[in-house]
Every structure is written in structure tokens, then in C-alpha cells.
Design a protein around this ligand. Structure first.
Ligand code: PLP
Ligand code: COI
Length: 340
């Protein structure tokens, strides 16, 4: 029962909620939205999601705000990113209106699972699109299911807004330069599991990837983008193998609003030692400030936060983003949907 949930100590993990919402694509069109209380999917054993990786997901959060309202962040941008992914792996696009209607519906149906404002936790939405039609040859399916489930979550990285140590893993690539890294497909995460395990075993928060071709430039960090701050600039990697993060895009705008310059370009690994601040950013991570990044192979260690604390600009960006998400500061960029 939600009454007994320890909201302030929630991990970033799965917890059953009351309902999920589903929609089926068949005969070239999307059907009606269905509400389900089952956590189980009954799918064909030859479904393309099981064999050929026709699977994509999204992640977004809904917040219970100090004014008592529920706010949802940049949901149309998630819909658009899923559409890009659909084009990337030959799945039918989920229209933005359908995506939004399902997101709003599943939040309302599970309202009792939205953590209270004071807890710092939020309701994580996990939209999922899978090829359910059977194929044995390598072809896209003709039938698909789109669903959204929700689960209340706490911080993704240890301590929430606190610095952590990261490690560059060179033995594994997450995505190829012209591969699927820019799409949110399950295969990228499968490709990251081993590197992530090595990083955790060695006591790090998460693994960093360099670009797969030259092994020279910073790509991204596990399930988050990277940004560095120096000389009044917000600098973030330009790469075809990273996920276009909606959080990163928001932080770039907020950095501009704060009077910083924004550079989106290749970041050579050695440049890490010049950053005054750095962070991993994403829906789950929000901003996870970086204390140190080690390169195990070259034995180099880049200490970014000398005092082990989040830097002033990261703190400003974090506060600004959270305040917009919680309706504490005006939503001047029109990012937020208010559910009354
Ligand atoms: N990079 C990867 C690989 C991710 O899985 C995520 C999470 O969605 C991000 C970056 C951050 O993206 P966003 O800010 O849109 O959540
Ligand atoms: C997110 O930030 O929403 C993510 O998708 C991270 C995740 C893969 C757990």
C-alpha cells in the first residue's frame, strides 16, 4: 500500500503500481488506449522484439509540487525522440497526441504513487514500444504494442545531487558511430551491461565511453550525457553515438539563460583536466556532479571537484531545473504540463 512507502528512501527501482496503459498497432493503425492492471505481457514467441531487437523505450518523470499540482516535464520531446527511434529501427511512429494522452492517463490512474514533494522522489514513466508481430526472417514486425508503466523512484546515482567517481572503460563500446547509439533501443543497454558491471565492481558510480572509432573523445556516461564547465562555458559532446538527452538540452538553455556560452563539440579526454565542474545528466540522474574520472588503461585520473562538492554553476543549473519542474519558478520555456 502506498501509505507504507518510505518515500524519502526510495531506490531507483521497480515497484508495482495499480495500472499501466497499452495501445496496439495492427493493420497499419493504432487502436484504442487500454487500461491494464496486469504486469504481464502475453506475446508471440517469434515477436521481433525478442529476436531482432525491435524494442524502444523512453523515460520521463512526473512530480508532486509544493502547490499540490502534478507536473510532467517535456513530454512532447520524449514523444519526438521515440519517433526518431521508430524511424531508426523501422517501427511505426507513436503520434505525439497518443503518447501524451497515455502519459497523462497513466499518471492520473496511479496518482497515489506520486511521491510527496518533500521526499525529493518522483514518479518515473517508462514508455515502451515493442514489435509483437511474428517474423523469422529479419524483417520489421507488422504488429506492435506501445505501453506506459510508472513506478516511484529515488535518485539514480548515489546521494542524488552529490559528487561521485566515474571510470572510462576502453574495452567495450556502447554504440558505433553510425549505429543505434542515438536511439533509445534496448540493444545499447545490453551492450553497456558488462562495462557497467566492471565499473561497479571497481567501486565507481558508472562507466564512461569514449567515441568508438578513435577512442579519443568523450561520448557519454552509462545512461546519462556529459557536460563540463569552464571559462564561463557549458561544454557538451557532439557525437552521433550518444542519446540526445532532453535534460542536457534543457541545461543548455538554462546555461544560456544564466549568461554562459554553450559549446556542443568533440571533447578530447585530456580536456577533462581543464574543467572547473562536470556532471552526468539525464532524466534519472538529473545532474550527478562528477568528483573524479579515472582512465584505468592509461592510469590517468582527472580530479574535477577538488573539495568533493558540487560546483556553483552545476548547483545553479540543478536548482533552476528542479524549480521549473516543481512549479517553483516560472516555466518560461514552456516545458511543463500541469495536471490538475
Ligand atoms: N544517455 C543515455 C544513454 C540515456 O539512457 C539517457 C536517459 O534517458 C540519457 C542519456 C539522458 O537522456 P534524458 O535527459 O532525455 O533522460
Ligand atoms: C532515464 O534517464 O530516463 C533513463 O532512461 C535511464 C535509464 C536507462 C534507467
Amino acid at each position: 500500500m502506498s501509505q507504507s512507502i518510505d518515500w524519502a528512501n526510495l531506490p531507483f527501482g521497480y515497484m508495482p503500481t495499480d495500472y499501466n496503459v497499452r495501445c496496439t498497432y495492427r493493420n497499419g493503425k493504432w487502436g484504442e488506449i487500454e487500461v491494464s492492471s496486469s504486469e504481464i505481457l502475453n506475446i508471440h514467441m517469434a515477436a521481433t522484439c525478442l529476436h531482432y531487437g525491435q524494442e524502444a523505450f523512453e523515460g520521463q518523470k512526473a512530480f508532486r509540487c509544493p502547490d499540490g499540482k502534478i507536473r510532467l516535464f517535456r513530454i512532447d520531446d520524449n514523444a519526438e525522440r521515440l519517433q526518431q527511434t521508430c524511424r531508426g529501427i523501422m517501427m511505426p511512429e507513436v503520434p505525439t497526441e497518443l503518447f501524451r494522452a497515455m502519459a497523462e492517463k497513466v499518471i492520473r490512474l496511479n496518482e497515489r504513487f506520486i511521491p510527496p514533494y518533500e521526499s525529493g522522489a518522483s514518479l518515473y514513466l517508462r514508455p515502451l514500444l515493442i514489435g509483437t508481430g511474428a517474423q523469422v526472417g529479419v524483417h520489421p514486425a507488422e504488429e506492435y504494442m506501445f505501453l506506459i508503466f510508472v513506478t516511484p523512484v529515488g535518485p539514480y546515482f548515489k546521494g542524488g545531487f552529490a559528487t561521485n567517481d566515474y571510470v572510462i572503460i576502453r574495452e567495450y563500446d556502447r554504440a558505433a558511430p553510425l549505429g543505434t547509439g542515438r536511439y533509445k533501443v534496448g540493444g545499447n543497454y545490453a551492450a553497456s551491461l558488462r562495462a557497467n558491471h566492471i565499473a561497479h565492481e571497481a567501486g565507481y558510480s558508472c562507466e564512461f565511453y569514449l567515441d568508438a572509432k578513435e577512442k579519443k573523445y568523450i561520448d557519454e556516461c552509462g545512461a546519462a550525457n556529459f557536460f563540463g564547465i569552464k571559462d564561463g562555458k557549458y561544454i557538451t559532446p557532439k557525437s552521433t553515438s550518444i542519446l540526445p538527452s532532453i535534460t542536457n538540452r534543457s541545461l543548455q538553455q538554462l546555461a544560456l539563460d544564466l549568461g554562459l556560452e554553450v559549446e556542443c563539440r568533440q571533447i578530447p579526454e585530456e580536456e577533462l583536466e581543464t574543467f572547473e565542474e562536470a556532471g552526468a545528466c539525464g532524466t534519472a540522474a538529473v545532474i550527478s556532479p562528477i568528483r573524479r574520472i579515472d582512465d584505468l588503461e592509461s592510469k590517468k585520473s582527472y580530479v574535477i571537484s577538488k573539495d568533493g562538492k558540487p560546483g556553483p554553476i552545476s548547483t545553479k543549473l540543478y536548482t533552476k531545473l528542479r524549480n521549473i519542474q516543481y512549479g517553483i519558478e516560472p516555466d518560461v520555456h514552456n516545458w511543463v504540463t500541469v495536471l490538475d
